[in-house]
Write a protein that binds this ligand. Structure first.
Ligand code: ATP
Ligand code: CA
Ligand code: CA
Length: 608
């Protein structure tokens, strides 16, 4: 019953030919999906039952790729945004590329080889994949579709009308019949077991429920109530959000928010994403369709939903399966080596859209979008950017940095000057743990280099570090030890934390059991050189830091020793030679390179 979403948005006739927000719902999904669920594998039920909808543009494809339908999409590829957008689009032109989904598969395969991860396995969903479907039909009999959830859905809830639909399920209004939920209106996401044709797709549903359950409780995350199942479906019972999707609000405002209003939205997004990240959960599908308002009120809280593509991630782990939605996907996801920072990129895309009403990376085809994501710099020159504050622009640029190591984290972003005026709590940042951990294992020479750097920090960076230090609840002597790091993590812990093995990071911080850290040393320990390098003022910071380093830290060092410091072999000597001055000490260049750590070949940033 998604027709309530089929509102018509007037098409303004200004701006660039390219964009103006969302036109990207799959044809079968009237309420959903701003962007392609790239190869978001899993079962794709939403497609099968194409809902009739007032589609203003001719679709290159017949509606409905469901059983018996035809679809040009290769198996495993969800419907693409290009196909049509019922009612919702306000593009000036039709948007009918040839099966763009094929492009991703083909071009990705060409570049990186075919996906190896099972998550990208084929999804039997239409006639083009009959062979696969038949095969997996046999397979299905051996699949255990028992989730161990409550079997009494019918007795506990009274199902009402549909409120939304996506690729993987549809969501209905319902009412509790018993106990605490008696007469409470709830939302139920119904995922059909018939669409779970592989062990992987079953595991995906299991994980979605597990993650939602574990994270439930944050103010900006949809509250989980219950999971049920019967022979046909899995039912995820959750808090009902009656205010609609963020995407709808953006559209109803003509595609743009004032800076002040955008700040309120972005701060809520960052707050919940920082929380997920601290728990070791990467969402992987952040987009305006996956944020819902609790009520129609302008001031309503926003809630993150849809953990269908989310995963647990260990602190040093890199993921490689390509999932997400094309417009929001980070470059390193396309390169198949990514972590939490991919979510931050998506938030950058959302913020860009809020501030200007256009997508930062746009093309007619999916491969075009990916090319833009990988190579193009977003436009910050055209209207309305000249009238957007420089803080806002800086904010977006620091989320849309193509180098994930240079991006702000969610917690950092909340302390960025653009958002700082807002009165929101700053969450604990897992990045601090990672950085302090590597500091504890670094050499004395590296410590000296970082200490000098910490003395050159500007007030902007210190705001963040001070907030993080306070979250560690320093002892009366103003210092923190291992206990402080441990307790701060435990104060924030949910069940997800166990799964994501984030606490393992504490084991590596053992050296801190025997000593304490003052704020000054904490700053040196919790600096990311990469992030500082992304600042406009980096050169100034580096030269100030170098002055400090000259006074206390720089010393005569041989090429061999420097190579050892950086874990490099003799082949690096010729390069390192240039970092050392005539007096045998590091030059300014050498100092900044040493801080950066060497990535002579980028190979060590990627491991699968
Ligand atoms: N708690 C809720 N309250 C109200 N509506 C909801 C709720 N959860 C989901 N919906 C509606 O149902 C739609 C589909 O839900 P969801 O995004 O979880 O499904 P999906 O099949 O995983 O989607 P996608 O195709 O984006 O992967 C949402 O976009 C929203 O409109
Ligand atoms: Ca969704
Ligand atoms: Ca989903």
């Amino acid at each position: 019953m998604g027709q309530c979403y089929g509102k018509t948005i007037p098409t303004g006739d200004s701006g660039r030919p390219t964009t103006s927000l969302p036109d990207d719902r799959p044809s079968s999904s009237p309420t959903n999906n701003g962007g392609v669920n790239i190869s978001s594998v899993k079962n794709t039920p939403g497609r099968s039952s194409a809902l009739p909808s007032p589609n203003p543009w001719p679709s290159p494809y017949p509606h409905g790729g469901g059983p018996g339908g035809t679809s040009p999409l290769p198996a495993g590829v969800s419907p693409s945004p290009a196909r049509s957008t019922p009612g919702r689009r306000f593009f000036k032109r039709p948007f009918p590329p040839p099966s763009p989904a094929k492009h991703i598969k083909a071009s990705l395969a060409r570049r990186f080889g075919y996906p190896k991860t099972p998550r990208e396995g084929p999804i039997p969903e239409d006639s083009t994949t009959t062979a696969v479907a038949t095969e997996s039909d046999h397979h299905q009999h051996s699949l255990d579709k028992n989730f161990g959830y409550n079997k009494n859905f019918g007795a506990k809830y009274e199902l009402g009308k549909e409120v939304g639909r996506g690729h993987f399920g549809h969501t209905c209004f319902a009412k509790g019949k018993k106990s605490e939920l008696k007469d409470v209106p709830v939302a139920v996401k119904i995922i059909s077991k018939a669409k779970m044709t592989t062990a992987i797709s079953i595991e995906d549903v299991r994980r979605e429920v597990k993650i939602l359950k574990a994270l439930s409780g944050h103010r900006h995350l949809v509250k989980f109530y219950d999971a049920c199942e019967d022979a046909n479906n899995v039912y995820i019972v959750m808090e009902l959000c009656e205010g609609g999707e963020l995407l709808d609000r953006i559209l109803s405002r003509g595609g743009r928010y004032t800076e002040e209003d955008a700040k309120l939205i972005v701060a809520q997004i960052l707050s919940v994403v920082a929380f997920c990240h601290l728990q070791g959960v990467v969402h992987r599908d952040l987009k305006p369709e996956n944020f819902l308002f609790t009520s129609r009120s302008e001031e309503a809280d926003m809630k993150l939903i849809d953990f269908g593509l989310s995963d647990f991630i260990r602190p040093d782990e890199r993921l490689n399966d390509i999932v997400g939605s094309a417009y929001y996907v980070a470059p390193e996801v396309l390169h198949r080596s990514y972590s939490l920072e991919a979510d931050i990129w998506s938030i950058g895309v959302i913020t860009y859209i809020l501030l200007c009403g256009s997508r930062p990376f746009w093309a007619r085809t999916e491969s075009g979008i990916f090319r833009a994501v990988l190579r193009a710099d977003p436009n910050f020159e055209d209207i309305p950017w000249p009238s957007v504050s420089k803080e806002a622009k800086d904010f977006v640029k620091r989320l849309l940095n193509k180098d994930y190591r240079k991006r702000m984290t969610a917690a950092q972003a909340l302390t960025h000057p653009w958002l700082r005026s807002e009165n929101h709590p700053i969450p604990l940042d897992i990045l601090i743990y990672k950085l302090v951990k590597s500091y504890l294992h670094a050499t004395p020479f590296k410590h000296a280099a970082l200490r000098a750097l910490s003395k050159a920090l500007t007030e902007d960076e210190l705001v963040y570090l001070r907030a993080q230090f306070i979250l560690l609840e320093p002892n009366k002597d103003g210092r923190v030890s291992f206990e402080n790091f441990k307790m701060a993590l435990l104060r924030n812990a949910t069940d997800a934390l166990k799964e994501s093995r984030v606490p393992d990071i504490l084991n590596a911080m053992a050296p801190l059991s025997y000593r304490k850290m003052e704020f000054e040393e904490f700053c040196a320990a919790a600096i990311s050189t990469y992030q500082l390098e992304a600042l406009d003022g980096w050169e100034q910071i580096a030269s100030t830091a170098f002055e400090h380093f000259e006074l206390e830290g720089n010393r005569v060092i041989s090429v061999e020793e420097l190579a050892r410091e950086l874990n490099l072999g003799p082949t690096a000597y010729s390069i390192l030679k240039d970092w050392i001055r005539n007096d045998g000490k590091l030059s300014l260049l050498g100092y900044t390179k040493f801080l950066h750590g060497v990535t002579l070949r980028s190979s060590n940033t990627r491991h699968h």
